[in-house]
Design a protein around this ligand. Structure first.
Ligand code: PLP
Length: 356
């Protein structure tokens, strides 16, 4: 293990975190960095060093053609003081799947996992300890070769940075309004929707901004072909609870396979719900609502964990849920996952990876 260079910065003062943490705005002292060059043996010279700006040519291919991927996961300070990461091996697996799709050379999963653990260990004073807080871990991997021609890059860089974060909804676990759109698409089947890559976000910005202007907090994305089937909500996966079924869109290639999604599916099975993964059309959702057979809708993802939906608008249809309180199942799942993250209940599936 630990066959990387470590340049530890000596802090003169203790880490003092601001009262209010804006998501992703401040960074811990160190970052991990490793470069790719086939002539130098592939991924080489892994180093942990002081967090700071990097040198990059203005011709770096990532800036022009978007050959870049990322990941996101969290480290938690648990109730007994131990530090644990939620399913980090799944993020590393997905990093390599995204890499493959984007023609970025895969990397030794063990190196990335060890780098994350070592980085969190070094910067453990940056883990906020208040309820709902965590240290967000953000790996990013991108084309660094300077070239204006279009082809896959021959050089890449992987950086892992850390950012202390508070709960996604600082006022408490409140439901949010969402807007389904058929004006734009985020991703199409056979495209890059299932890779965690910048292009999908770029495609989503306009719809997201227009939804915000109309007073909605997220866009509910429909499939890119028929504009009919639910795909994702913002940068979260979506779950729909009907009278006799809890369901989530099946992974058709244009949907990001969320690790929270995967975990929620498992918990629902543990709880003996009738859970399915299938195509869910917006018409089915609207019809079920009209018949009183739609119970609740929620999103799942690392940042917010669970995001309950207060209302859903699609063209002239307005589906209203409880706008004061989050739905029952979403709340139950939020509490269960939080209890696992913070070590308040038994980690029955061995999802947590401990430091030391
Ligand atoms: C990261 C991401 C998710 C959620 O994945 P988690 O692993 O649960 O955090 C969902 N949709 C998109 C588009 C994402 O980028």
């Amino acid at each position: 293990m630990n066959d990387f260079n470590i340049e530890i910065l000596e802090r003169e003062t203790k880490v003092i975190l601001p009262e209010k943490l804006v998501f992703g705005k401040i960074y811990a002292d160190h970052m991990f960095e490793v470069d790719y060059d086939e002539d130098l043996g592939g991924w080489h010279n892994p180093t942990i060093r002081k967090f700071g700006n990097i040198e990059l040519s203005p011709a770096a291919m990532v800036l022009h053609y978007g050959q870049t991927i990322f990941e996101g996961l969290k480290a938690y300070k648990q109730v007994d003081g131990r530090i644990a990461l939620f399913r980090p091996e799944k993020n590393v697996e997905r990093l390599n799947r995204s890499a493959k799709r984007m023609c970025i050379p895969e990397i030794d999963p063990d190196l990335v996992l060890q780098a994350m653990l070592e980085l969190v260990r070094i910067d453990k004073d940056w883990i906020p300890t208040k309820p709902g807080h965590a240290l967000y871990i953000r790996p990013v991997m991108f084309a660094s070769e300077p070239l204006l021609g279009v082809r896959t890059s021959e050089n890449f860089k992987l950086i892992i940075m850390l950012s202390p974060v508070g709960p996604y909804y600082p006022e408490g676990f409140k439901p949010v309004p969402i807007l389904a759109t058929n004006k734009y698409v985020r991703a199409v089947r056979k495209g890059i929707g299932e890779a965690k890559t910048a292009g999908n976000y770029a495609a989503s910005l306009m719809g997201q901004q227009e939804a915000k202007n109309e007073g909605y907090s997220q866009v509910l994305w429909l499939d890119g072909i028929e504009q009919k089937y639910l795909e994702e909500v913002g940068a979260m996966n979506i779950f729909v609870q009907f009278k006799n079924e809890v369901t989530t869109p099946m992974l058709t290639g244009s949907i990001l396979p969320g690790i929270t999604r995967m975990s929620v599916l498992q918990i629902l099975k543990d709880w003996k719900y009738n859970v399915t993964e299938r195509m869910i059309s917006i018409d089915e959702v609207i019809n079920a609502y009209k018949k009183g057979e739609l119970i609740e809708i929620f999103g799942t993802g690392t940042a917010a964990v669970i995001s309950s939906v207060s209302k859903l608008k699609f063209n002239e249809n307005l589906l209203q849920f409880n706008d004061k309180e989050a739905g029952e199942l979403g709340t139950k799942l939020y509490n269960e996952l939080s209890a696992i993250y913070y070590g308040e209940i038994e980690d029955r599936h061995n999802w947590m990876t401990y430091i030391d």
